[in-house]
Ligand binder design. Structure first.
Ligand code: 8GT
Ligand code: MN
Length: 537
């Protein structure tokens, strides 16, 4: 069954004043899609400007820009690819454009036109979406405001945060800190300990890294420089033991001497390589190593994987696997086959497109769902290794079993290869929460302007509405940030926190904060924006 989504526009402009001479079919944005930028120029875009709410000088500025740069300024919105508007409320917008029509177009704010004109090409429309509501499904169900992101989002009051705290959830941790190379260095040591199964040691390194990231701009140490140049400086930071101080000393003295040895080690290389295969953890990697295997060739022979050219393709709709338990080695065979694709990072635009496609499917299945893209994407990473999305529905009953239904639907539409439903979570190596989830492999459909055939890891997490924001926080991470929220809740509040909820330890009373900010308030933590939650490398 073909995947049901608006295909690229079948019609061409009949009038020759348009750009029908172009041999590159212009792929207009469908629904909230973005314009594929590579092959297109702004001169092919058909625009419609909703005049309401603009003052006359802005309006003439926009008309001028449109006439100069855009392909055509349409009289009727239905002829346009892109609708420019200053309206942000759905109800108000609907007075001008029917909602059904709006959903098939890219509806952007005027800044899109200005900046696209400046750039000489159509910029991704998603970044300039005019209407919040267009992200939410076409539905009669009113989504309670507590399930929608706050508007505007809260500012993070950095001055109130505590760089010297032992808990990552009290420190502001940027994506990249001034001591990033030191953090990366320590991360190599962390990885080598983790690969050798030395969990406690690996955790000390992870803590030290997060402390260094969180202390990026610390003035509390008086003359503390932003760049760490001696071990003495880090010794003032919490969670830095003598061993780590020694590592920092070695690093600041003669740079990378320690890690070079690690990186050159044949064993470290083999363990890293093996554990880079999805589903192979350190324990299996060590087992394979102890069997004398060192390379991917060795691994393929060991698991009986055929050479790339002889492999059957997994590209379209593989089997749905209800659980990875019992799959045994066959999972690893699949992971080996997927390995090259999964090693390619996912740009933000593609993350958004994947989310949009999945959300459209979900909307057909169960109108009224809301979702947040979480993981590294939400923390501002420009590229992600997988896509994590948390979903809910205002009606708790409707969430039950929805994960399974969605996965089946995606599979029917050929977009989906294989899933492990959350049983005991064998592929994420620890059991972190009890939410319903599917760990899948997904390819964008051909009808998507960003279709590239690359298979991507996609984690779908379904939370009941009352724990939606705890799930969003947990899955936003980073790992150390989440870990320290747990630790903080336990140490200071005698509460248990994980992605599936917050409970008081002594009587198991559950708490249901209604917004993300309320989770922080309940846990007596200052608000920290996701951008400042990068407590891992
Ligand atoms: P990346 O995907 O770009 O590599 O980065 P990421 O998005 O930060 O990492 P991730 O491995 O996709 O995990 C996303 C977040 O989910 C983690 O930061 C972690 O806090 C959270 N998380 C859970 N449950 C689980 C789980 O069972 N396993 C793992 N690995 N992460 C989990 O809430
Ligand atoms: Mn992720």
């Amino acid at each position: 069954m073909p995947f049901k989504r608006p295909a690229p526009y079948p019609h061409r402009e009949s009038s020759s004043q348009s750009h029908s001479e172009s041999s590159t079919p212009y792929l207009p944005p469908s629904k909230h899609a973005r314009i594929s930028t590579s092959a297109n120029s702004l001169a092919r875009v058909k625009l419609y400007i909703v005049q309401a709410k603009f003052d006359s000088s802005t309006l003439s500025e926009l008309f001028l820009l449109a006439e100069k740069h855009a392909g055509r300024l349409c009289r009727d919105a239905k002829d346009a690819d892109v609708i420019v508007t200053a309206i942000s409320m759905r109800r108000r917008f609907e007075r001008h454009i029917p909602w059904e029509l709006a959903k098939a177009k890219a509806v952007v704010n005027p800044q899109w036109l200005r900046e696209s004109a400046k750039a000489g090409k159509p910029l991704p429309c998603g970044d300039y979406a005019a209407l919040q509501d267009l992200r939410t499904p076409n539905t009669q169900i009113d989504i309670p405001s507590n399930l929608l992101p706050p508007d505007p989002s809260f500012p993070t009051d950095i001055a109130k945060l505590d760089y010297a705290s032992r808990y990552a959830c009290q420190r502001p941790s940027p994506l990249v800190c001034p001591n990033q190379s030191l953090a990366k260095e320590l991360d190599i040591m962390r990885r080598s300990r983790a690969l050798e199964g030395e969990e406690r040691s690996a955790l000390s390194y992870a803590r030290a890294i997060s402390v260094i990231k969180g202390a990026h701009n610390s003035r509390i140490y008086g003359a503390y420089p932003h760049r760490i140049t001696s071990a003495h400086q880090v010794s003032k930071l919490p969670c830095i033991g003598t061993k780590i101080e020694a590592s920092v000393m070695a690093y600041t003295a003669d740079r990378r001497s320690q890690t070079e040895t690690i990186l050159k080690s044949e064993r470290f290389q083999a363990l890293s390589l093996f554990s880079s295969i999805y589903g192979i953890g350190p324990t299996t990697a060590r087992k394979l190593c102890s069997l004398g295997l060192r390379s991917l060739d060795d691994l393929e022979i060991y698991y009986g994987v055929e050479r790339a050219s002889q492999r059957p393709s997994l590209a379209q709709g593989g089997d749905i696997v209800e659980s990875n338990e019992g799959l045994g080695d066959s999972w690893i065979r699949i992971a080996l086959e997927l390995r090259e694709d999964l090693a390619i990072q996912i740009p933000r635009a593609e993350v958004e497109e994947m989310s949009r496609v999945v959300m459209d499917e979900l909307d057909e299945l169960e109108p009224g769902c809301v979702s947040t893209i979480v993981g590294g994407y939400r923390r501002g990473k420009s590229e992600s290794s997988d896509v994590d999305i948390v979903f809910t529905h205002p009606d708790a009953e409707r969430v039950k079993g929805l994960c399974r239904r969605l996965v089946r639907r995606l599979h029917e539409h050929g977009m989906y290869n294989l899933s492990g439903f959350h049983g005991h979570n064998p592929l994420r190596n620890t059991h972190w929460d009890s939410l319903e989830k599917a760990l899948t492999v997904f390819t964008l459909p051909k009808s998507s302007s960003l279709h590239n055939g690359i298979r991507r890891r996609l984690d779908l997490i379904f939370a009941p509405p009352e724990v939606y924001w705890t799930a969003v926080i947990g899955w936003t991470g980073s790992i150390m940030f989440q870990r320290d929220i747990r630790q903080w809740s336990k140490d200071k509040l005698a509460m248990k926190f994980d992605s599936s909820g917050i409970t008081r330890r002594y009587d198991s009373k559950a708490f249901y904060p209604k917004t993300e900010k309320e989770v922080f308030d309940l846990l007596r933590l200052e608000w920290i924006d996701p951008m400042w939650r990068n407590a891992d490398v």
